[in-house]
Design a protein around this ligand. Structure first.
Ligand code: RIB
Length: 304
């Protein structure tokens, strides 16, 4: 994809590194704390621009220092931020614990991200017109996601959904608007109401999401790779195993890197590139701070 519009969240992330998470009522001593630009929408926009895609973002931040830092970081990567509104609410925040295995546990306070409304989409309809694809997540009000999906269908744009954080009870008429969905196994379970504890269960749940109308279901399974379910059948793609220090934004990095190489038809090379980029991201701390650029991915895997 050459020109991509991301509509979604921007958060300042507060990352706490700890060897293990406390149990209820327990206190543990952490190792360090970092403040890093994040938000699933912003991470994906940042990664797309780092992968040389012409990228615009529609979103909202507070008129505060965090909001200014988030917008500045996107600008530095080359994202067109003209669609980011200044809200009366505070900039969104995410509180993230990262344990000794690099696993993350995220709580988001939406703040300004809940200020997205239809007027913001209509004010920036030019960004829709220019885009080949529109990417969204579920950290903003769902009616906006529905409206944007319908606009994409009307205008013949590819609509790509990262259904995170996953929601139950999504209206049935929404799924057929989704060209590509990228849930992880937990999100797949919430979306379908089905267990995803084993490979067989994941396949059955992916089949259900496809039967609901999602054209291409791309399930990310961390170190187990990616499962793709389409009309033509199911395919599996390996991950590139590494020692993870922080998996925050690895899914965002995967999706954006996939989109950067996707020509609208051939999933295999684009998924492989996404897996390569994500394998670099998990070796570094933080959200946007962990995302490599195109040259780094190419150079690191030049012999594979
Ligand atoms: O996907 C990772 C992101 O989820 C973090 O950057 C955090 O802000 C939450 O939105």
């Amino acid at each position: 994809m050459n020109n991509v519009l991301v509509i979604g969240s921007l958060n300042m992330d507060f990352d706490v590194y700890t060897s293990r998470r406390p149990a209820a009522g327990e206190t543990v001593m952490g190792q360090s704390m970092k403040m890093v630009p994040g938000g699933k929408g912003a991470n994906q926009a940042y990664a797309l621009a780092r992968m040389k895609v012409k990228t615009s973002m529609i979103g909202a931040v507070g008129d505060d220092p965090f909001g200014r830092m988030l917008v500045q970081n996107l600008k530095t990567a080359g994202v067109n931020t003209s669609g980011i509104r200044l809200s009366d609410r505070e900039t969104g925040k995410a509180f993230i614990e990262i344990d000794g295995q690099g696993q993350n546990y995220i709580t988001v306070i939406a703040g300004a991200n809940h200020d997205l409304d239809e007027s913001l989409l209509l004010d920036h309809i030019d960004l829709f017109e220019q885009a080949d694809a529109v990417v969204m997540q579920l950290e903003i009000p769902f009616p906006i996601v529905q409206q944007a999906a319908k606009l994409c269908r009307q205008k013949g744009k590819l609509f790509i959904l990262d259904p995170a954080p996953a929601m139950r009870d999504i209206p049935a008429d929404f799924f057929p608007l989704v060209d590509i969905a990228k849930p992880n196994e937990t999100e797949l379970s919430v979306l379908t109401g089905m267990p995803t504890g084993s490979r067989e269960e994941i396949i059955r749940a992916a089949q259900k999401l496809h039967a609901l109308g999602v054209r291409n279901v791309m399930v990310t399974l961390g170190g187990q790779g990616t499962l793709l379910l389409q009309e033509s059948g199911m395919r599996e793609f390996p991950a590139y195993p590494v020692k993870a220090v922080d998996t925050t934004a690895a899914g965002d990095c995967f999706l954006a890197s996939f989109i950067s190489q996707f020509d609208g038809r051939d999933f295999a090379p684009a998924i492989d590139f996404g897996a390569k980029a994500a394998s670099i991201a998990v070796t570094r701390p933080g959200a946007q701070s962990s995302i490599p650029d195109y040259e780094e991915v190419r150079q690191k895997f030049s012999h594979s």
